[in-house]
Design a protein around this ligand. Structure first.
Ligand code: BTN
Length: 247
């Protein structure tokens, strides 16, 4: 059963792109996609994040995977899915390394450096989520990154150990399946775990907030998952994804 859920495709443009196509086709007579299906690869020629962000990953070194989920929740609650995904990923990775945090909204940081980035794409039906494709790149064995990538790291760089991407995915997938129902049954605890591991929570940091460079302190997130910060003047500001840059 499990083997049918994990599908490897050698050298593709992007796991998110390909899985999105497969999912779209499944609704117009193509082969159906079961919940928790995962598509992974050893190399992406068009790996990307939000907007024009490229995702750089050396061939065969890291985990590059996209998961198919059916969260069945209102679109307005989509941040609960993001919290589940970030919190579960963080907990899985913390078996191997110390100081693993979630950089808002969904990056995984180890000791203040970026270990993993994710791209979550929801497809809606009316006011509900029909399905979600959550793609993630986790740097496992890479020991070199291009200079233009800000503060990258890998599990190898942090621990000195090599990781088998297939085994890593197998175990990570088990945890994602096991904890999926927390989205409906355990929201308060999810939120608590998310905030407990939020990068720079309650610490003064330097940010560009709606165009202005300033010091501020992260204080939490609102119902829609927007970041709440306290400025040096004690004012509470709320930021969406494009309204803040971490410096
Ligand atoms: C980011 O820029 O931080 C997000 C990057 C997300 C990369 C992953 S790798 C697997 C999946 N396929 C993609 O093209 N993107 C995601």
């Amino acid at each position: 059963m499990k083997d049918n859920l994990l599908k490897f495709r050698h050298n593709i443009p992007s796991t998110n792109k390909l899985l999105s196509e497969i999912a779209r086709n499944s609704f117009v007579g193509g082969e159906s996609v079961p919940p928790f299906f995962a598509l992974y690869t050893d190399f992406q020629s068009e790996g990307h994040g939000m907007g024009n962000n490229k995702w750089f990953s050396e061939k065969g070194k890291n985990l590059l995977v996209s998961f198919y989920f059916e969260p069945g929740i209102p679109a307005a609650e989509q941040f609960v899915f993001n919290q589940y995904f970030a919190v579960t990923t963080r907990r899985f990775i913390s078996q191997f390394a110390g100081s693993v945090s979630i950089k808002w909204p969904n990056d995984i940081y180890v000791a203040g450096k970026k270990l993993a980035g994710d791209l979550t794409e929801h497809t809606l039906s009316g006011d509900h989520i029909k399905y979600t494709i959550a793609g993630i790149g986790i740097n496992l064995n890479q020991d070199w990154f291009p200079e233009e990538i800000p503060h990258p790291t890998s599990l190898f760089l942090e621990t000195g150990q090599q990781f088998d991407p297939h085994q890593f995915l197998h175990d990570y997938h088990d945890l994602l399946v096991r904890d999926f129902n927390r989205i409906t049954t355990d929201r308060a605890a999810l939120q608590k775990e998310y905030l407990a591991h939020l990068y720079q929570m309650n610490e003064v940091g330097r940010y560009i907030i709606t165009g202005k460079e300033q010091y501020a302190t992260i204080r939490g997130i609102d119902h829609f998952g927007r970041l709440q910060l306290e400025t040096e003047r004690g004012q509470l500001v709320t930021c969406g994804f494009k309204e803040i840059v971490f410096l």
